[in-house]
Design a binder for this molecule. Sequence first.
Ligand SMILES: [Zn+2]
Length: 409
Amino acid sequence: MSRAILALALVATAPAVAAEPAPAAAANHPLEFIDTSFENASPLWYDFAPDGTVLVHLLYDHERSSPNRAAGHIHFQLQAKPGSTLTLEFTNLDNVWNGVSGSVARELKAVVISENGRDWKSVSLESLPTNRVRLHVEMPGPRLYVARVEPYRLSDLDRFLASIRSDPLVQITPIGKTVQGRELEIVRVGNPRAPFRVFLRARAHAWEPGGNWVVEGLVHRLLKNDADAKKYLERYCVYILPMANKDGVALGRTRFNLEGKDLNRDWDKPADPILSPENFALEQWLEKMIKADQTPNLALELHNDGNGLLHVSRPPVPELPRYLERMATLEELLRKHTWFTEGSTKESFRNAGTLGEGWLERFHIDAAVHEFNCNWIAGLKDHPSARHWQDYGEKLATVFYEYFGSIKP
Ligand SMILES: [Zn+2]
């Protein structure tokens, strides 16, 4: 295009853009602002539909060299006239997962709201056609937080680690850094000479805080210093990577690390130290443990989704029968000692590259992904809350005790 024609084209289009009227709905709207400036807030933009509905456009995060993208982390503060009723509609829920389009709208059934960012209550969402969901809220005061599930921020982890750091049963060891240089740590609880070791990782996916509350519950139970805690720790020692995707949590991302890598993928091969430093650090730690004859006997990768299943992958490995038998034992104990009722994945299930499948394939460790349903806890007939997940973590102490009691070192 010549310069003259380009200039003409600009003249022709510019007035049309300038003349587009601002939606009248915004003028006297009770919503003053949506604040996303704080820790773990979800990046988004918003505008107003003619009927006054606030259209909240969540931003996707994208996977490197992949069609995969994810939105669905929700955490922001509404600032609006007290007593006013707001209708919010969430868009951009068209995620791509394992290369397949799939809207997260089907999984998104509830959010939580809070005036102070500490005490939350669940609110159901209304499902709309074309992959949108709607929220109706009344403003109890000038400010109201809205989140997908009760948030667990980096500052919550820091507070938790500070509260247990001086306990003689706890050792917190730095193992490496995230893409943005945040320190990753392994929290050891108990005696490393105990006959069994269990490893847990939480928060590979930034939007999924349930695992962090579970970890808190488990650690608090083991540090109670009563007869049961002593009995548990004589049998097993716990190793935890409490927040794998710290950068994503800090910045309010949904799934991937800041290099666009999914930290619950690629475990079928050695970790990339540049693109997935979070996994590389963990892999180095694991290899040291294996060399020191301290291989974890069980590894659980903790997640949130809309189903809450135990993911038992079936890669073609010789130890598969042993693995399946032990996972059946684990499931039985979860049903017996916790509110778990969701069950495990079907026989045809595989999810290649997850920590569950990859650690079994490469390191012969009995490993599984444990999802926690973020909409509903069927076993309690209640909405999930931090308190419920902490309670689950406390009960895991007994589950591990009996699980290791059922297998030979
Ligand atoms: Zn996940």
